[in-house]
Design a protein around this ligand. Sequence first.
Ligand code: SF4
Length: 765
Amino acid sequence: MSVPSKVRITRRLFLQGSSFAVAVAWFGRLFSVRLPERLASWGIPTPWYQSGPVETTFTVCDMCPWRCGIIVSTVAGKVHKIEGNPDDPKSRGKLCARGQGGVSFLNDPDRLMTPLIRTGERGSGEFREASWEEALDYVAESMIEIRDEVGPESVAFLGHTSGDAWFVDHLAQAWGSPNAARPSSSLCTSPREEAALLTVGRVIGGHEPVDWDEIEAFALIGSHVGEDTRNTVMQDFSAARARGAKVIVVDPRFSTAASKADHWLPIRPGTDTALLLAWMHVLIAEDLYDGAYLDAWASGFDELAAHVAEFSPEWAAPITDLTADQIRTTARVLGGSLPKAAIVPGRHVTWYGNDTQRMRAVYLVNSLLGAWGRAGGLYLPKSPYIEAFPHPPYAVAGSSGGCSAEPGEESTELPLGPSGKARADGVRDTFLRGPTAIQELIPPMITGNPYPIKALIAFGINMFHSLPDQARTKEALKALDLVVAIDVLPQGHVAWADVVLPEATYLERADDLWTVAHKTPYIAIRDAATEPMGNTKPGWWIAHQLGTRLGLDAYFGWETIDEWNDTRLRSIGQSLEKVRAMGGVIIQEGKPYLDNYEGGAPFPTVSGTIELVSETLSESGFDGLPVYEPPEPPPEGFYRLLYGRHPAHTFAKTQNTPMLSGLFPENELWLADAEAERFGVDSGDLVMLTNQTGATSGPIRIKATQGIRRDAVYMVHGYGHDAKGLTRANGRGASDAALQTRYALDPISGGAGLRINFVRLERVS
Ligand code: SF4
């Protein structure tokens, strides 16, 4: 090492250096000579990383469904630290607060620890402990009895979060029930997926294919990046913003994303389609669309141009409560950057019941911009190549709408379910298309129409905080012959189960491979970092035990999850051991753009083009082009109930996690400060909320703010738990779900629009 030319070694510098060297030597000796014992002798606790050999496990976070790759550090089998896996395309070495909260979730003292069998009334929460043998026998015998009496379709399988595929896909399809569903479909994304299939012939999928690397202008419509803290999207949003991409945020509320935007459009709730039609009008009228792209890839441009000719910004302004100038300016921002511009497909898009048509309008704007399959627009994701674990054809096709399901086999002789896919009487369902709509499975549990659903297997789903109309859900739970809850925590609906099967957390269980359709398709392994606590078991093991008891051995021809994963990995010349050694992730090559796309038609619609006009819709009695439908306004004295996320929490799942509860223990009600003044309340005051049919929730504290329109209030979802076993979350804040007593059914996708509920406030003295 050379000495910099301007530094002269003086006597003083030399002595300082000598002292430093002595100090380094002394500390070196200190650290090398049994540091834990030395520190302990001084009363200082031993740091965890000094208390034994540190082992690392490559696996996948499950604190939210985004599933970033993580590295978990353990000492003597105890989990101490979780970091992002730098090789993982989602985490890229970083985690959000919830991901960091995984150790706290693992150690939550409220966790379910042993199987339980009900002793009191349903809902009383009175149980006795049982062995796994007894609990599993009870469930399997009851299912067989119900099947023999009514049929396999009378067992419904509901699930959420990773591991649900063992029940909602594999077990349900092997057993023969089409009544399997997830809230992540009809209560969240199904309209955007149906609209995408209708328009470009491909789904959006779990990882929205926004080409953040090169995008130059983008719009978010009701999409809360920064509060909905999907790790990768926050990184991408920040990077795009930092390199100068223009940001438009359309939201009735001044969200975190709005605070970073160039243009915030505080739109009147429910009028987004009017804005989108006006944007299309401007793009076409001002020649800000990609004509050559549309000629090459799309059909129906002339009809679309004629359709939007009357929807000028002046037409949309009074509807949306925006100015014509705002509408025109923002359309020009998008059009001025084409094709490196797009409206980001939102995630939770079940709002008003006409959501597939609104999402069609979003995709038509993206089509005019030439965004699909273009660098800086929306890339064409590809699934990683890997084979399924071999088993016989399923008894029934999957319709659960999951994005982590194993590739399904063709089948079924059995009828589809009452929710949108199949009927026992063979009558075509009322929905044009779409996966099973979870909320539509509840009425048959109560009425027996069109055929009875007698049993429910609920995996990881929070029934009271995800499904609308809690009273109806409780009525259904009362009416069933068998209710099984498989869960980590004693969530509210667990008290209504006949049998509770305690699942190990994601840090204690291996799971199926995580295969992600992506710009660079990839596969990540999901390994256990530690042993399951108490008498908990992994979901795959529970499904396996049930499956073999149900006589479905042929579908469970493997003994361990390692055998399952290793067999799958060997289909691509890999092995579990090799992937563990190489850091837990296999990345394959993508072909994300039209100019290098391989693998058949890039837009596999009926016509093989981007269908600006949908013949499929018009032939089925729906509008082939989206039209604006005015939403029902709030009644006098009521506000529209809006809801969203907090960056430290996931759905209703993490409010009890000690570390995350500490960050944001209860939600608050955003109320326009002019309304707060009119009502005589201020920030911190408590109010109760009552909806249009008298359902109540709260108390909740007011957040008086300029950041929301006067006709709406907003709260973070997932609070107001009524579950005594959740000692930190129980009774904290208000529940938006308790106030969502009605929904607007989207007749195309089966989605349940939840933004049609209104609340009034009552002061709590
Ligand atoms: S976004 Fe956060 S909680 Fe979700 S998987 Fe990634 S690190 Fe985990």
